[in-house]
Design a protein around this ligand. Structure first.
Ligand SMILES: CC(C)(COP(=O)([O-])OP(=O)([O-])OC[C@H]1O[C@@H](n2cnc3c(N)ncnc32)[C@H](O)[C@@H]1OP(=O)([O-])[O-])[C@@H](O)C(=O)NCCC(=O)NCCSC(=O)C[C@@](C)(O)CC(=O)[O-]
Length: 305
């Protein structure tokens, strides 16, 4: 089986990773995290979210975060924007890419963005048009592509249908998200292959939460069928406030350890990501949820005189 030589990792820790934290994290800590991730070599960092602060209070400091970070030329800084209000705030804050986020589950769509799938597409249409006029890159994200915490099964037909709608809105990239981490490798290949019938596989990305410990296997399964973009979260941070019980995204350190071990180029310095993971974990007062990150940090500490 031929695996790709190069993979793009979108670091989503500062947004997906932190949005679910109960204690409000100072903007300066978020800025320091994004700066560390920039220095580690990511080409794309999801740094902020311009959603209603009543819905996700942790993301209320997004404009402050965007204003504080040290940008490296060529790096894409992304943010969620569910509606025109979010888009305008994201544009004013200087994001490079906005993410419209829908779902393949009607129940989740209602819980997360307070509207049906069809209504969400109507809401995204002016956002997509305006984002184009503003010269912003546009990404679409589809939650619950492998299962839903409210309605259970989700069909691959529905995923492909939503992919088609996101494509018609002009998305440059579309994320197929396992919000609650229930997908398994063969299912993931089937859903991705259906999605690739509606949108080029080179512009699809896999966004896996690791709730059931399947995320690395699912990424490997995606590599086998030609997916080359994945999302991950430093220190395995994360969870969705509207998907109770869902744990964090797959840890970036674990993904990098696997990809580099496979000889796949990412352009990212794993050691610097381990440092970033230890930094944010220590701020949050708990151990990082990355097996490779913690092992590398421990072996480094053991090697010190
Ligand atoms: C979509 C809405 C706004 C609809 O929420 P709504 O209540 O139907 O909206 P509304 O238009 O009636 O507005 C209600 C209030 O929110 C304000 N408002 C409205 N929009 C904004 C905005 N953009 N920025 C700031 N404020 C905003 C608006 O001004 C108003 O304020 P009020 O008049 O009551 O004072 C809401 O449901 C929402 O913000 N949802 C976001 C939920 C969310 O962020 N979830 C987590 C991200 S998705 C995710 O994590 C999944 C993903 C992407 O990672 C992939 C995966 O793993 O599945």
């Amino acid at each position: 089986m031929n695996l790709p030589h190069k993979v793009k990792i979108v670091e989503v820790g500062p947004r997906d990773g932190l949005q679910n934290e109960r204690e409000i994290i100072p903007a300066a800590v978020k800025v320091a995290l994004v700066d560390r991730l920039t220095a580690a070599g990511f080409a794309n960092i999801e740094a902020a979210s311009f959603v209603s602060p009543k819905w996700v209070p942790q993301m209320a400091t997004s404009a402050e975060v965007m204003a504080g970070i040290r940008r490296r030329p060529g790096v894409l800084y992304s943010a969620l924007a569910p509606n025109m209000q979010g888009l305008e705030a994201a544009h004013a804050a200087g994001v490079d890419e906005v993410v419209i986020f829908g779902a393949a589950s009607e129940a989740f769509s209602q819980k997360n963005i307070n509207c049906s799938i069809a209504e969400s597409v109507q809401r995204f249409r002016p956002v997509a048009l305006a984002a184009r006029e503003m010269g912003l890159r546009l990404r679409g994200s589809i939650s619950c592509a492998f299962g839903c915490p409210y309605q259970g099964e989700v069909s691959s037909d529905t995923v492909a249908d939503v992919v088609g709608r996101m494509r018609d809105l002009g998305c440059d990239e579309i994320d197929i998200a396992d919000t609650i981490g229930v997908g398994t490798p063969r299912q993931v290949q089937q859903v991705m292959a259906r999605a690739a019938g509606a949108f080029p596989i080179a512009q699809l990305s896999g966004h896996f939460h690791d709730t059931y410990g399947q995320a690395l296997a699912n990424i490997y399964a995606c590599l086998e069928i030609g997916v080359t973009t994945f999302h991950s979260s430093v220190a395995g941070l994360g969870g969705c406030p509207y998907a109770k019980g869902a744990t964090g995204n797959v840890a970036t350190e674990d993904v990098l350890y696997m990809l580099h071990g496979l000889g796949i180029h990412t352009g990212i310095d794993l050691g610097a990501v381990v440092d970033a993971g230890q930094f944010i974990a220590s701020h949050l007062g708990r151990k990082a949820a990355s097996r490779a990150g913690n092992a590398l940090a421990a072996s480094r500490a053991a090697a010190q005189p």
